[in-house]
Design a protein around this ligand. Structure first.
Ligand code: ZN
Length: 461
């Protein structure tokens, strides 16, 4: 593990890390999932989870330009920026309401927004300036929001003529590899007594943003890949800000129901002070931060285990066919053996079809499945595959029609088609199996099955 220089922990200055998982590209596009150089690492001193090695300033020159491409590879950059800007607009509108409750525009008129396409520059009460590294995002933002107060650049290079009354990192502080430099620049840019607002989402920040169901059911739900450099928790973010002259005022979770039922951000408000004018019991907070990370990882894996066990108990019945791969079946049996399910189908046909069994359970082929369904003995089909499962559903529907069977599939697609992996030094679960019922019709089958209900009541009917 790296020992020095840029890799020093921005929170506790330590340089002793342990790697927990290989770095992957931003996982929103499962088809484009891939592992990339680097690791998610935990600082042994304070528990900060970071992407290492840290990108250098040279690496970062192209980072802003490629950020939006990484967000949605399958679309043109321009469209993805507009989509992202409209999502940001909803975040900023709610932020404006929260700011007005606390920091009236008459006392705090001028604000700097770091890293967006510039939605707050359209406000009429606060006067916002946005600074953003991506030239295309700046160009589009100027069309959408404001011509003259969306600047292209990075905060660390920005020297305003006069200092601001407030500064906002809206989901952007964790996107910089060097948050300490960003906070030092923020301190230099704000007037004394000015306000710093940092908005961050995610399980580690106690703000769950897994929109559809609010569950954290795979590792990608928590660790979002290579677009984020630091996964702060409330304690280590408080320490980091204090080290740069910001005293915490308040930390509140804020929901965005207009975006998704469980979309949540945490807003943390700080006041700029002289860096040495207040003291913070950092040792206490560092220990709290370290423990927080340990608890988050432990509950994450425990949650995967509980969800998977509950699901297996639910689907282990004689009228249910379970279609999966040999690898995944072996993993399911590690959690809880299937004893009643009659049809365990290895869809890859990678095993001998006659007389093969796994832990005493007979393993069937597709031919057995077709025969059983034809005889009317199977009512439910559970497709346990985190990738490519729609091909299986399509095959079954072509054979049996849309209405003959109930179909279920995992609530998560994932670029990692395994349940167990080496994680934080040992073989652990990196996802939990929860099921959604799929509404399959000829029109919606292949790409966009409707999620009818999530199954959590231990009952398939
Ligand atoms: Zn640290």
């Amino acid at each position: 593990m790296p020992k020095s220089g840029l890799n020093a922990c921005p929170v506790c200055c330590g340089a002793d890390y342990r790697a927990i998982f290989p770095m992957f590209a931003h996982p929103d596009q499962v088809d484009a999932f891939r592992f990339v150089p680097g690791h998610f690492c935990i600082c042994k001193g304070c528990g900060l989870i970071r992407r290492l090695p840290v990108a250098t300033r040279d690496d970062m020159t192209d980072y802003g330009k490629s950020y939006y491409d990484q967000m949605t590879k399958s679309k043109a950059s321009q469209n993805s920026i507009i989509t992202h800007a409209n999502l940001q607009k909803l975040h900023y509108e709610t932020m404006r309401v929260e700011l007005l409750k606390r920091f009236p525009a008459s006392e705090y008129p001028r604000w700097l927004d770091v890293g967006s396409a510039g939605p707050p520059t359209a406000f009429t009460d606060y006067e916002f300036t946005t600074i953003e590294p991506d030239p295309l995002a700046v160009e589009i933002g100027r069309e959408l929001f404001s011509r003259d107060r969306i600047l292209c650049g990075i905060l660390e290079d920005y020297k305003p003529e006069r200092n601001f009354d407030g500064l906002v990192f809206m989901n952007s502080l964790y996107c910089t590899p060097t948050p300490a430099l960003a906070l030092a620049a923020a301190h230099a840019t704000l007037r004394d007594g000015g306000i710093l607002m940092i908005a961050i989402c995610g399980k580690i920040m106690d703000a769950i943003d897994n929109g559809v169901d609010g569950h954290t059911m795979c590792i990608e739900d928590m660790l979002r890949g290579d677009t984020l450099f630091n996964y702060f928790n409330q304690s280590n973010l408080e320490i980091l800000c204090a080290r740069h002259g910001f005293k915490m005022i308040e930390s509140v979770p804020v929901l965005f129901p207009e975006i998704a039922p469980f979309h949540e951000l945490r807003f943390m408000f700080f006041r700029r002070s002289d860096a040495v004018s207040f003291r913070l019991d950092a040792a206490d907070l560092i220990e709290k931060s370290r423990q927080k990370t340990a608890i988050v990882l432990k509950t994450l894996v425990a949650g995967f285990e509980t969800a998977t066990r509950t699901t297996i108990e639910m689907i282990d019945r004689t009228d249910t066919a379970i279609i999966t791969t040999m690898d995944l079946l072996v993993e399911l049996f590690r959690v809880r053996p299937l004893t009643k399910a009659k049809l365990l189908v290895d869809v890859e046909q990678s095993t001998p079809s006659v007389g093969f069994s796994i832990n005493g359970a007979h393993l069937s082929g597709i031919a057995d499945l077709v025969r059983d369904i034809g005889a009317g003995q199977t009512r439910h089909v559970v497709i346990i595959n985190f990738n490519g499962r729609m091909d299986i559903a399509a095959m079954l529907m072509r054979q049996f029609g849309a209405g003959a069977l109930n179909y279920y599939a995992p609530s998560r697609t994932s670029g990692i088609n395994r349940i167990f992996s080496e994680f934080d030094g040992s073989l652990q679960m990196i996802k939990g199996l929860e099921l959604n019922r799929l509404e399959l019709t000829a029109g919606n089958l292949i790409r966009n099955p409707t999620v009818v209900c999530a199954l959590r009541d231990n009952n398939l009917d």
